[in-house]
Ligand binder design. Structure first.
Ligand code: 7TS
Length: 408
């Protein structure tokens, strides 16, 4: 093991939880949301106990401390993804809001009827529906990089789409269903050569891989704190400063302005321009603590551990007659194993696993078009993180054999 998982697990109090007397939780649903370590919980508690105040408004000590903590967390997040400047990090509620921010501001200011936006067939609904809304409103054109049978993106089709003068390419860095890690740097380079800007959905990559926006040359990167050991209710949008500065505001209200008259306003500079109203202050503190926690472990170590668990999980799952795992081999994917089990509905699989405390997700995982592509309505999904163990994979496999018994 590349990580000291025993000591890591000790920092996640929930992993000790019994879901029923004598039945400990086996948490295999980190793709939906990760669990939270003690330092994150403690940082948020300390915020409420010691320096809760509204930010950017007061001159009193508590307000100054809260503001400093909010801005310090932004600096930590910027460093975590190697953003050149903290002002390029916009706090949002989550990945969904980050993508919508780009769709409602950059895209509405820059796209007109007939303009091409390229997406992929493996997108989460949050990187589809904002563009559907824009297509209906503006008449922009959507094209999709196809997914191959082994769960990879078909870059030959992408190259041919690029000859149609796209304005924007928005794609996931890691599929939440197939686990596929997409060749983001290459996709971005080709998009730039074609004159398009790029949005990277980093909801699954930022928590699990070392993501460097400068190496990628990403124009925008969207991610959520709750999937990376942080709290719910906060996420981030990284954007290159020149793009963010040229974009109109998203929501109007307090903090996002320099000056307001009865009939006009002047927007604030970035990042405040995009942060209207009282933000998620305690959550920003938790987000910063999550980034500290992951940094102290090292993202390379997190990724290596997940790789080991995923490789083992795929090997064990594929041994089970009737189980079909979707997506590429372990070397091309993150810690996700979505599968079907002959003759048993994915929801039934999940329900029977839950009897043994095994938490997995069943359904279309907010990627309906991808499931349609594979001709299935749903899958059962087990997903892994830095606290996952081979023992938990073994419990999952035992659980699936029990499902087999129940359904004959
Ligand atoms: N993009 C990807 C690739 C995701 O996996 C998710 C959430 C989102 C965007 C949206 O993130 P949010 O924080 O704004 O909700 N994925 C999942 C999932 O797979 N199960 O629950 C949420």
């Amino acid at each position: 093991m590349s990580l000291d998982v025993v000591s890591i697990r000790r920092q996640f109090p929930i992993l000790d939880r019994e879901v029923r007397p004598g039945i400990k939780v086996v948490y295999l649903d980190s793709t939906a949301t990760s669990q939270k370590p003690e330092p994150v919980i403690e940082a948020m508690n300390e915020y409420y106990r010691r320096f809760n105040a509204n930010i950017h408004r007061g001159v009193h000590t508590l307000a100054e401390e809260a503001t400093a903590a909010y801005e310090l967390a932004r600096e930590k997040i910027a460093k975590f993804i190697n953003a050149p400047a903290a002002r390029e990090i916009i706090y949002t509620r989550n990945t969904t809001e980050s993508i919508n921010l780009v769709a409602y501001t950059w895209a509405r200011a820059n796209l007109k009827a007939g303009d091409l936006v390229i997406l992929t067939e493996m997108e989460h609904h949050s990187n589809l529906v904002p563009w559907h809304i824009l297509a209906a409103e503006r008449g922009i054109r959507l094209e999709f990089i196809p997914v191959t049978n082994d769960g990879l993106l078909d870059l030959d089709v992408y190259r041919s789409l690029l000859s149609q003068d796209p304005k924007l390419v928005s794609f996931t860095h890691m599929s939440n269903v197939l686990g596929t890690i997409t060749p983001a740097a290459e996709i971005i380079k080709l998009a730039h050569e074609a004159g398009a800007i790029t949005v990277v959905d980093g909801a699954q990559s930022v928590p699990h891989l070392k993501v460097d926006v400068q190496k990628l040359d990403a124009d925008f990167l969207a991610f959520s704190a709750h999937k990376m050991c942080g709290p719910t209710g906060i996420g981030a949008l990284y954007g290159k400063a020149d793009l963010l500065e040229a974009m109109p505001p998203f929501m109007g209200g307090g903090d996002m302005i320099k000056e307001v008259k009865l009939r006009s306003f002047r927007p604030n500079s970035i990042p405040a321009k995009f942060e209207a109203g009282t933000p998620a202050i305690a959550e920003s503190v938790g987000f910063g603590a999550a980034v500290d926690f992951l940094t102290s472990i090292g993202m390379e170590n997190v990724a290596a551990h997940e790789h080991e668990i995923t490789e083992y999980a795929l090997e064990r799952l594929e041994e089970i007659p009737g189980v079909k795992v979707f997506g590429p081999s372990a070397d091309k994917k993150g810690g996700v194993a979505s599968f079907t089990f002959d003759g048993v509905h994915p929801h039934d699989v999940a329900q029977i696993l839950d009897r043994d405390g095994i938490a997995v997700r069943a359904g279309h995982h907010c990627a309906q078009p991808l499931h349609e592509k594979f001709g299935i309505p749903a899958t059962t999904r087990a997903s892994f993180y830095l606290y996952s163990t081979k023992d938990e994979v073994d419990k999952l496999v035992e659980g699936i054999y029990k499902v087999k018994k129940v359904f004959g």
